[in-house]
Write a protein that binds this ligand. Sequence first.
Ligand code: NDP
Length: 282
Amino acid sequence: MTARIIDGKALATRLRAGVAERAAALRAAGREPALAVILVGSDPASQVYVRNKIAACEQAGIRSLHFEFDSGLREAELLARIHALNHDDAVHGILVQLPLPAHIDAQRVIEAISPRKDVDGFHVASAGALMVGQPGFRPCTPLGCVRMLEDIGLADLRGRHAVVVGRSNIVGKPMALMLLGMNATVTIAHSGTPDLADTCRRADVLVAAVGRPRMIRGDMIKPGAAVIDVGINRLDDGKLCGDVDFAGASEVADWITPVPGGVGPMTIAMLLSNTVQACEQA
Ligand code: NDP
């Protein structure tokens, strides 16, 4: 079997067109959706992510406000900036690019963002809302994975087994809860899971978000599975690869996301969608 590609780039383009229409309707009604993006320090990867997010906002008709601070910024100053943005009615979403320098408590910073403007969905109130199935902003990466599954006809996973490899607060854990909400039977695994291969082989839907290059091999995939590869790993030769061995997995899976061009573009599309939603709800 040669797996069909889940083209995240193409789906993201379609979804971004829909977001742009919603943004245009808001602007026509005199409300311009706006996202504040905060970057602390000069991590090159973070700079690229922030640039991409700002460019995506512009294309979608979302105003972006860009705040850049050097890595010596005091936590209190960052909290004061967030406080001011919370009270600025012209700003609908606030995004603090992670990671933050070690002297800043990232969780405290996230908790300072108003849940109404928490378009990344990382606030404990957003995480709690996901846990109990209440409305709230969902983290962009797992939300993008859900949209991809829906697009290939896997909106209802009743009777199916989903395995998430990875347990971070921003991808692995919320992903597992979202799959549960789609009626899947869910297992959360991680790099230390005994018999990881056996666990993965039970998955009708396998989401890899463990941050280890090509850790998920073809022989760990159930024939006919849908494989979502969240991982973005830079190899020594400068190339990007996912957490899944794409070549090996493609021979076994029915569906698979490429890296790059899979989950990454969907994450940005979901950020734009959440920002427009924040403006619609303001
Ligand atoms: P993390 O590095 O935060 O998580 C990966 C692993 O770190 C986990 O599986 C676990 O390790 C450990 N870990 C992290 N948080 C916790 C926690 N709260 N408790 C216990 N263990 C924890 O990575 P992310 O989840 O942010 O990302 C995973 C991969 O996806 C990376 O390659 C990243 O680059 C990529 N990514 C891609 C995005 C996209 O848009 N495509 C967006 C975000 C991330 P272990 O399994 O070893 O126990």
